[in-house]
Design a protein around this ligand. Structure first.
Ligand code: C5P
Length: 232
């Protein structure tokens, strides 16, 4: 049996889509910007739904978008397994709200947290992450080798160090965890720029699996162009 065959318990996916996306300069929250007539969230949820073992989907959205009929009108694929919750001021707050909605489902052993802004992440990445957790890791994150050399600088730009490029990975989402490990990490109340950092801080073992260039995060207008090009 390979790692990819390891049977996980039920998988729950939290898709966070409650950010404003001010760097994109759009009139709507980033996850609701359209690409070829469909919202970024619609692409992200469609791909997340391909995950093997999926039993629940939580969509974390801005308050104005929490009405299921509005989401359906925007092309977001909902289902009987879908829960909609309102996000918070920081990404961490939004993930915490999503986790609370999943906590009531006893079938869920693996939780994936995914940025709606990484709207073109292929389903194979979701499956790789789940397989790594099913095979025994507390957490697994997709990552890519870093191409540029990374310098550490002080407040005035003076270089204080150079990191060993071979040991660096740029990580993406979905990030997956054993459900109780992620709940415990979030219960700490700390903030972090990714979910794995909270689990690492709580002493969990997190591994990096192969990411995918298509899992890039839409942040700027150039990223939207890149996403459009990837769809054509
Ligand atoms: O802002 P950034 O692009 O890093 O956000 C990553 C993801 O987290 C996006 O999909 C965004 O909608 C989501 N987010 C959220 N709640 C926030 C901030 C960001 O759901 N308060």
């Amino acid at each position: 049996m390979t790692d990819a065959d390891a049977a996980p318990g039920g998988v729950g996916v939290v898709v966070v889509a409650a950010g404003s996306g001010s760097r994109l300069g759009a009139e709507v929250p980033k996850a609701f910007v359209q690409l070829r007539g469909r919202t970024l969230l619609s692409y992200a949820v469609e791909r997340a739904r391909g995950t093997r073992g999926l039993v629940a989907v939580v969509l974390v959205v801005p308050e104005d978008y929490a009405d299921p009929s509005r989401l359906t009108d925007l092309g977001v694929p909902l289902g009987p397994d879908t829960v909609i919750v309102v996000g918070g001021a920081e990404r961490t707050d939004s993930v915490r709200a999503g986790l609370a909605a999943l906590a009531v489902d006893p079938r869920i052993e693996v939780v994936l947290v995914h940025d709606a802004a990484r709207c073109l992440t292929p389903p194979t990445v979701f499956d790789r992450v789940v397989a790594a957790v099913a095979a025994g890791a507390d957490g697994a994150v997709p990552g890519l080798a870093v191409i540029d050399t990374i310098k550490v600088v002080d407040s005035v730009g003076g270089v204080t160090g150079t990191l060993q490029r071979a040991s660096l990975r740029a990580v993406q989402t979905p990030q997956g965890f054993r459900a109780e490990v992620l709940r415990t990490a979030y219960a700490s109340g700390h903030q972090a720029t990714d979910d794995a950092a909270l689990v690492e801080r709580a002493g969990g073992n997190v591994i990096v699996v192969d990411g995918d260039p298509l899992a890039f995060k839409v942040t700027t207008a150039e990223d939207l162009e890149r996403a459009l090009a990837a769809l054509t």
